[in-house]
Design a protein around this ligand. Sequence first.
Ligand code: AMP
Ligand code: MG
Length: 332
Amino acid sequence: MNTYVSRASSEQLRTAKELIKQGETVAFHTETVYGLGANAFDDDAVQKIFALKGRPADNPLIVHVHKRYDISRLIDRDPPYCAALRSAFLPGPLTMVYPSTGKVSRFVSCGLDTLAIRVPKSDTAQAFLRAVDLPIAAPSANLSKHVSPVTAWHVFDDFKGKIPLILDGGPSDGGIESTVLDCTGDVPQILREGLVTREMIASVAGACGIYVPAEGEPPRSPGMAYKHYAPRCETFYCTDPETALARYRKEKAKKGKPRILCASKHAETLPPDIAVLDLGDTPELMAHRLYDLLRKGETEGTTLLIGIEPEEKDGIMAGVLNRFRRAFGVLS
Ligand code: AMP
Ligand code: MG
């Protein structure tokens, strides 16, 4: 199969619609990361996503809809705080988990009685979703466990020859996946941190919890139980530049090719001959650059990718740090 990478022209949108109707998958730009989409009503198409990614069968998918799509046919209950959250944050990087009517394929939610719905802001995503006018089940468009894609070429690297079309909308600005919010209880609860923070949600909904699974309890957001975002080279993680530099020199002495991934604040303290991948100096920039630099970090013969934990921990850095640590195997 040929894999076409194309902007969302009206001709390509017609092709995308045809492909989706035929039960194919189409990858598309969103403002968080690229998604690999299929018709959420089509059992075979949804299963194709799991097969293509090598995704564990108990890791549910998020359904994507356009701004005017009537979600009342998909959700069984709409808790009172949800309308305010939708008008404050949608379209945007917030996924809301509702009680489900069970109308979409049972493979979407992997047997859970809930459904995760997102309304992406990206013009490319909106144009695609309007063209198909169907709920599109879409996880991130990367092979399972690999770093999430933030350009069409990242998707191409993982799926060339395996999917027919990638709708290119340029780099994803947000850079990390959406916040996943459980909206089935009296108070919304964050299942996965992202660019819409707990503080932002609490300011609209009155309160917002963060879900921490109790010992022995099955995770409510199964995806968070898996190792994610791993670059394909050896990695080393530390919290200070001195340790990073010592490990770097050791790798160099072995004729290896190390690189250090860190915030500008740490990068500035390193000697000029060190190969640094600079995450930047604001939380937004660090979110935006993280996956792109993790993908850069694993290429060009790198033998060891060294990560220094950024010092900032609050707001969107909670989500950035979660991905950063997972990429280096510190959280699994
Ligand atoms: P991905 O699209 O690859 O970023 O993964 C989707 C994330 O959403 C995973 O962490 C899932 O566990 C989570 N998710 C999807 N559907 C549900 C649901 N119905 N309930 C809880 N979490 C969900
Ligand atoms: Mg993913």
